[in-house]
Design a protein around this ligand. Structure first.
Ligand code: NAD
Length: 498
């Protein structure tokens, strides 16, 4: 057995790499091969303290820098990232297990967020209403009825903001947060997932090349001890979290108790509803891509499909045929359609859910345990259960893997009642040719993101993104107008000239 330790991933504080002193570490491996990649420090709380201090020291000058100057760094960063897409995608494939196409797509969606943040001079703009009232005291123009009072609202930066991000989009999700935060004049500390932090580290090193001043952008690694230090820190003003519902609930509670502004985009169980009149090819393609894209490790994975009426007659065979012929393998191979799960515990969890589905009496139409796939690594093939129902853990719980549960409903209303019975409410989609059905769905379904004839109503940088119910804790969603509001505070000025 080798005694050579893998490299330790550095913190990035004040534009410098910092190696942790000896502390607890997590060893990360390539999920397709099991090869050891790197060690991640887990409880280096001192690093978190230094990162917050660097960000707090940088805040006064950065927040005074004109917004038009701040975004010049983002313009530059966008072009640097564009010339490093392949390199960043390769890191994601190696550490996370995505296919190359999925990894490239995730970097591009992240770049969209940078483009959006470049609009900060317009997005942050305040509003004015002249002559909102008239003052008759202390004025020399009484014959005109007094001087006017004007009122305006400005949006101002908050201070040090923190981002806590999940493993499933290790580069893209941080870009939902920090470009807008810093464009609005805040400074930032990112705590990426300890499971695959290398692409976030490389992306931040590239941001330093774009010229952001010392301390504006910082990155620290760690687990709950580090997160809790950040959540309780006096200098931290706002915390944006993306991850599981259990962690999000705890982070929301602790952050709010320590007077932070907090938004938590959390876990999900998403339903696709298929009407008999839907375009068959588009529905099968949409449901399949939604369930198995990113190996089902997506908060927008449509992991339950409800077949209304006789749509199951063509939907079920179509899905089974696609799943059976799916090529599962390492994400770096061009023929691969689905990569591995991200680590061994994730693979174990998904295998346990498959066993639980069988035990609960659902029909196992496609068994991902017996799919043709490489040995070793964290592979599970696409899995499809039919005749599933609420009350089964494969229907009620977030599996976060390539397992699709099929339910049947007699009507659209019954199908929507299944969606609304879930404790989650991240997304739901409907495939139909009927405007009436689409309207009924839109007016009754309870989810933060909904789609009509699309498999995944994906986040767009210019629109707010988050779920409802236990998929979200907070007030303002991420991205879009909500993102600008989350990273700024408003101030109203009332003025008169005497
Ligand atoms: P996770 O909750 O395990 O980890 C997310 C982050 O929180 C990590 O940085 C982790 O270090 C930290 N963390 C975990 N437990 C913590 C604790 N007890 N105290 C403090 N910090 C803690 O999530 P994950 O497994 O990395 O990501 C998958 C989850 O994220 C899924 O539930 C998925 O649905 C969700 N997700 C949601 C969205 C969304 O927009 N709603 C997007 C992507 C992923």
């Amino acid at each position: 057995m080798s005694t050579v330790r893998p490299p330790s991933v550095p913190h990035l504080i004040g534009r410098q790499k910092h190696q942790s002193p000896p502390c607890a570490v997590r060893t990360n491996t390539n999920p397709a091969t099991g090869d050891v990649l790197l060690e991640v420090p887990i409880d280096d709380v001192d690093a978190a303290e230094r990162a917050v201090k660097a960000a707090a020291d940088a805040f006064p000058a950065w927040s005074r820098t004109p917004v038009g100057d701040r975004i010049q760094h983002l313009f530059k960063y966008k072009s640097i990232l564009e010339s490093h897409i392949d390199e960043l995608a390769e890191i994601i494939v190696q550490e996370h297990g995505k296919t190359t196409g999925e990894a490239i797509g995730s970097v591009r969606r992240g770049i969209d967020c940078i483009e959006h943040a470049c609009g900060a001079p317009i997005l942050m703009m305040g509003r004015t209403l002249p002559q909102i009232a008239v003052s008759s005291s202390f004025c020399r123009t009484t014959d005109e009825g007094g001087v006017g009072i004007d009122s305006s609202v400005d949006r101002l930066p908050l201070g040090v903001c923190v981002g806590i991000t999940p493993f499933n989009f290790p580069l893209m999700v941080p870009l939902w947060m920090w470009p807008m935060a810093v464009a609005c004049g805040n400074t930032f500390v990112l705590k990426p997932s300890e499971r695959d932090p290398a692409s976030a580290v490389r992306a931040m090193e590239l941001a330093y090349k774009a010229g952001f001043p010392d301390g504006v952008l910082n990155l620290v690694h760690g687990g709950p001890a580090v997160v809790n230090h950040l959540l309780k820190h006096d200098e931290v003003r706002a915390v944006s979290f993306v991850g599981s519902t259990a962690a999000g609930k705890a982070i929301y509670t602790t952050g709010c108790a320590h007077d932070k502004r907090v938004q938590c985009m959390c876990g999900a169980k998403n339903y696709s509803i298929i009407m008999p009149d839907a375009n068959r090819e588009a529905a099968i393609d949409g449901v399949f891509g939604s369930a198995f894209g990113n190996t089902g490790q997506r908060c927008l994975a449509g992991s339950v499909v409800v077949a209304v009426g006789d749509s199951a007659d063509w939907l079920v065979p179509g899905l089974v045929e696609r799943a059976t012929s799916m090529k599962v393998g390492p994400g770096c191979e061009s023929a691969t359609q689905m990569g591995p799960l991200q680590d061994k515990p994730a693979q174990e969890r998904v295998l346990n859910y498959i066993e639980s589905g069988v035990a609960s009496g659902a029909d196992l139409l496609v068994d991902g345990r017996t799919h043709a796939m490489p040995d070793g690594g964290c592979f599970v093939g696409p899995t499809i259960f039919d005749k599933t129902a609420p009350g089964m853990s494969i229907v009620d719980e977030e599996i976060f893997g390539p397992v699709l549960s099929i339910m049947r409903a007699a009507s659209l209303d019954e199908a929507v009642s299944f969606v609304n019975g879930s404790e989650y409410g991240n997304m739901s989609v409907l495939f139909t040719d009927s405007g009436h059905a689409a309207h009924r769905f839109e007016s009754t379904v309870q989810a933060g993101m909904i789609g009509i004839n699309v498999g995944v109503p994906a986040p767009m940088a210019a629109f707010p993104f988050a779920g409802w119910k236990k998929s979200f804790f907070g007030d303002l969603h991420t991205n879009g107008e909500d993102g600008v509001r989350f990273f700024t505070k408003s101030r109203v000025t009332v003025r008169r000239w005497i």
